[in-house]
Design a protein around this ligand. Structure first.
Ligand code: AMP
Length: 259
């Protein structure tokens, strides 16, 4: 397995690609296993992208564990870990990627983190340009992000030929979705986080919110939406429950399909 820092040293004949911000856990490793679909190399990026963090967010404190990430990535079937510098990723000017509706209209992550998806789309576009993937793997854990990337890729000619592959959310034994930010949780907050998992299948927004408040969480949103547009649910179409809530200073997000 190779560790490459310089974008120009990446293989140029196609790959299957897993973008991450590192601090790899079993959720990331499931994406890497899923990316082993053919003979093309599996490229995993480890890049904490400053442009998707707001000034009051945890960019500086975000866990950075490259040596451990490299070893975990290798064991999970990675051919190349791509760990570029901020300067290299943003060396060339590129216009902002036009944001699809699902990034701006649902008032979910877009309401609490208004600059977040522009940062995500811009960095994913750059990473796609460097890595030239045929397939890119994203977790359902970040469900709005998955829908934003699917829409971005389907709208823009430059991304033609890239298949976006979704991987189900990996969870701990207590059901809490694995997240690099779980490292911040105290024991008490970890127990509170279980309320998020229990609230998802309730099927009623008021009950979801009440369950989260009962557990002492601060609720950003607790909603039931159309599974594709993330707007109000439509009779006869799939629905998704989505929650963002804070346990102490840690923001938890999770989601689940509803029958
Ligand atoms: P991150 O490093 O948090 O930016 O995540 C990198 C990728 O891993 C994203 O596509 C996430 O949705 C995905 N991911 C993170 N946590 C999980 C999880 N618990 N289960 C599945 N995918 C995940």
């Amino acid at each position: 397995m190779l560790v490459i820092h310089d974008p120009s040293a990446l293989p140029q004949d196609g790959c299957t690609f897993v973008p991450t911000m590192g601090a790899l856990h079993s959720g990331h490793l499931e994406l890497i296993s899923a990316a082993n679909i053919n003979e093309l190399p599996v490229v995993v990026s480890v890049f904490v992208n400053p442009t998707q963090f707001a000034p009051d967010e945890d960019f500086d404190a975000y866990p950075r564990t490259l040596d451990a990430d490299v070893e975990l990535a290798r064991q999970a079937g990675t051919d190349v870990v791509f760990a570029p510098t901020v300067e290299d990723v943003y060396a060339e000017a590129m216009d902002d990627i036009p944001l699809p509706m699902v990034a701006t209209e649902p008032k979910l992550e877009d309401a609490t983190r208004p600059t977040h998806f522009q940062g995500v789309c811009n960095v994913v576009a750059r990473l796609f340009q460097f890595t030239k993937p045929t397939h890119a793997f994203f977790g359902e854990k970040d469900y709005q992000q998955l829908k934003v990337i699917e829409a971005m890729v389907s709208k823009e000619e430059r991304f033609e030929g890239i298949a976006i592959c979704a991987v189900p959310t990996a969870r701990g034994e207590d059901g809490v979705a694995l997240s690099s930010r779980n490292a911040y949780l105290s024991d008490e907050e970890r127990a509170q986080a279980q309320a998020v998992v229990k609230a998802l299948p309730l099927g009623c927004e008021n009950e979801m919110r009440a369950a989260l408040l009962d557990a002492g969480l601060d609720v950003d949103y607790a909603v039931i939406r159309d599974a594709e547009t993330l707007l109000a649910p439509v009779e006869g179409r799939s629905r998704r429950a989505l929650i963002a809530a804070r346990a102490g200073t840690t923001r938890l997000i999770d989601n689940g399909a509803l029958p």
